[in-house]
Structures are given as C-alpha cells and as structure tokens.
Design a protein around this ligand. Structure first.
Ligand SMILES: NC(=O)c1ccc[n+]([C@@H]2O[C@H](COP(=O)([O-])OP(=O)(O)OC[C@H]3O[C@@H](n4cnc5c(N)ncnc54)[C@H](O)[C@@H]3O)[C@@H](O)[C@H]2O)c1
Length: 353
C-alpha cells in the first residue's frame, strides 16, 4: 500500500492508495475511524449506482445518506442549504462527520458543507474519478460556484483521511477518465522531465488502468500536490503553480455552460497557455511542441469553440486569481520553472493573434 501523509502545521492525516482498499472488510485503521462517529454519506446518483456494492458496505457505518444530482450544476448554495437542512433534520451534530464519495463535485460540495456545518465537522474523502484521485481530494480546497464564476465561494478545510482505490475507476466513463488525464499531464509539466518521461513510458498502461501503474501514477501526482500545498496551504505563492491551464480552462468550461468536463477544459486551457508561454518567449517552440505532444496523449477530440475572442477575454476576466484588472496565468518558463504573469486582455489578444 502507498501512504502519503498530509501535514498542515501539526494537523496530519493519511492518504491511502491501494487497489481494493475499499473492498470489504476495510483495513483495521479505516474500520476504527468509521466506528468513531456517525457518518453522513454524500454521493451522487451515478456513483451510487456504479459503486453500489461499496455504498452497501458503507451502509453499515452510515447514519444518513444524501444523493445529489451528478455534475457541476449541483455545486451551488441551494444544494449546500438543502444538504444542511437534511442533516439538521436528522439530528446530525458536531461530533458526527461526512463521507464524500464521488468525484470533484461531490468532494468540493461535501467538504464545504463539512467546513461550515456547526462551524465545522469531520470529513473523509473517497474520490472516485481520476481527477479527484490525482488532484481535488488533496489540499483541502472546498467550495461552490456562483453565477459569476467557478469556485468563487469556499474554504480551506482538510479532511480526516483520504482513501483511494484505483479499482473504482473501472466504472468511470471514458470521457471522465480522459478528463482526469488532463490533471495528470498538468503534473507532468509542472514536475519536469523525469515525470514526463515516466508518463510517456507508462501511458499505454495508464490507458488500460493497470492497477499497479495507476497506484504509482496517483501517488506521484498526489505527492507532488501534497508537497506544494503543505508549503502553501492558502495559495499565497507556490500553490499557484497548480493553476497552470486553469485560467483559460475555467473560462472555456464556463462558456460551454459546463457541457464539457473540467478535465477537458483544462486540457484545452493547457494548449492555450502553452501557446501563450511560447509567444511570450518563456519557452522555446521545441519545448512548446514537446509539452503539447504530452497533452495530445489524451485521446479526446477538440470541441468547436463557438465564442469570440472578446467573450473569451470577458470570461477569463472573472477569474478569482486576477488582480489590478489583469488576468493571472501561471506558465512554464525555461529552464523547468513555473511563473505567474498578469496580462491585460489587450496584451493577451495582441500576443495570441
Ligand atoms: N478542490 C480542488 O482542489 C479541486 C481541484 C480540481 C478540480 N476541482 C473540482 O472538481 C470538479 C470536477 O470533478 P470531476 O472531474 O471528478 O467531476 P464530477 O465529480 O462531476 O464527476 C464526473 C462524473 O463521473 C461520475 N462518476 C464519478 N465517479 C464515478 C465512478 N467511479 N464510476 C462511474 N461514474 C462516476 C459522476 O457522477 C459524474 O457524473 C470541478 O467542480 C472542479 O472545480 C476541485
């Protein structure tokens, strides 16, 4: 079993990664944690059906089960209120906890509820998409969207544990799996040549979800994210590198009215931002092509962009990372660095046309 310890100024918790770690019976340390308190299981309809036997096993520890509609549209305040009303009605108190079973949407939403219900209760993350296993379940960012933009309301709130079983990815639709691959490639570009090399060598096994390779892949991504977020939990500096591909990606996602997945949007955003880095002369054209090749390992077709440059700039302008009327990007810069740059919409348009 792979174990990564997340430690935020003395508040440490384990991230366990192992094929079958969620099979009955649970490991003694998991069993012990589950028996500590009453749990509210928050999941979505797809996960509940796809992972019915896991839900059945967790039933033995579940006091209340809440199922939300799958997808980004559920990540909002109305849903938060509904969940907390149900918890209050069931008599959930500050000694109880939440288990978030699902992808990044369930994780962000359930974690946010845990952070504010009775001023904060315990929670466990069980991520079930590739994106949530390699990225969103680590680092304690929780939150919901507003009409004005994604993740504009939220909190930093670390879970009590994260349990990751690569086998649950078997039921994940390809579109979602490939979307998660975008975050994997993001880590390869952030970490530099050793990880990029590993990705190229193991890509076929990743496409076939080979359990031992997936365990290594997830561990590599998580170890990278964990090191970054432990050094900068509140995103004052270093943590910003994780936003590579996300400024353009979030705008693309919003303009599609969330019909394309977060991962697909990040894939698109990385291609856009690599081009921007190249045009700024931060990376050489050869490096840009090498990174783009990595992104193109993800087997998805580009969807048509049916928006103008101006509409796109406007969408990027609502990103919460922006300052001084300038749009924030974190881009690769030779040699093997990531750096933030603030650009006005006019500067971006001049560079990109
Ligand atoms: N908190 C963070 O640090 C962070 C980081 C990155 C992304 N995010 C957030 O994560 C969200 C995207 O997460 P996502 O890509 O996991 O999407 P998601 O949670 O919407 O899940 C995608 C789809 O897959 C289904 N699904 C999940 N697990 C399944 C399984 N094992 N089998 C079958 N179906 C399954 C879900 O029901 C859903 O329909 C976005 O809201 C994004 O903002 C958060």
């Amino acid at each position: 079993m792979e174990r990564v310890v997340a430690d935020f100024q003395g508040r440490a918790y384990p991230i366990l990664i192992q094929p079958n770690v969620l099979s009955d019976p649970f490991l003694p340390e998991m069993e012990e944690m589950l028996k500590e308190r009453r749990w509210v299981l928050i999941t979505d309809d797809h996960v509940s059906t796809a992972l019915a036997s896991l839900v059945e096993t967790l039933k033995g520890y579940t006091y209340l089960k809440i199922e939300i509609q799958p997808g980004e549209k559920s990540k909002n305040f109305r849903q938060v209120e509904e969940i907390m009303e149900m918890m209050a009605e069931a008599g959930i108190n500050r000694y109880d906890g939440i288990i978030a079973l699902g992808g990044g949407v369930v994780g962000d939403l359930a974690g946010f509820c845990a952070s504010i219900y009775m001023r904060g209760i315990s929670w466990i993350q069980i991520p079930t998409t590739l994106l949530s296993q390699v990225d969103s379940s680590v680092g304690g960012k929780t939150g919901v969207n507003l009409e004005a933009g994604k993740n504009l309301v939220g909190s930093f709130y670390q879970p009590q544990a994260v349990w990751i079983d690569p086998f649950v990815l078997e039921t994940l639709p390809n579109k979602e799996y490939w979307g998660g691959c975008a975050e994997v490639i993001k880590y390869a570009i952030i970490q530099g040549s050793e990880m990029s090399e590993w990705i190229r060598e193991n890509w076929q096994d990743v496409m076939h979800k080979k359990p031992d390779v997936m365990t290594q892949l997830i561990k590599r991504c998580i170890a990278c994210k964990n090191t970054i977020v432990m050094a900068d939990e509140r995103e004052k500096g270093l943590r910003k590198v994780l936003n590579f591909g996300h400024t353009a990606g979030h705008a693309r996602e919003k303009l599609s009215n969330y019909t394309i997945s977060h991962g697909e949007a990040v894939r698109w955003g990385m291609l856009y931002e690599l081009e921007l880095a190249c045009r700024l002369h931060w990376i050489l054209p050869e490096k840009c092509s090498e990174y783009k090749e990595l992104v193109h390992l993800i087997p998805v077709e580009d969807e048509n962009e049916n928006f103008s440059g101006e509409v796109f700039m406007k969408a990027m302008a609502s990103d919460k990372k922006n300052r001084d009327n300038r749009i924030s990007f974190v881009l690769p810069k030779e040699p093997d660095l990531m750096e933030e740059i603030l650009l006005s919409p006019k500067e971006i348009q001049r560079l990109m046309t």
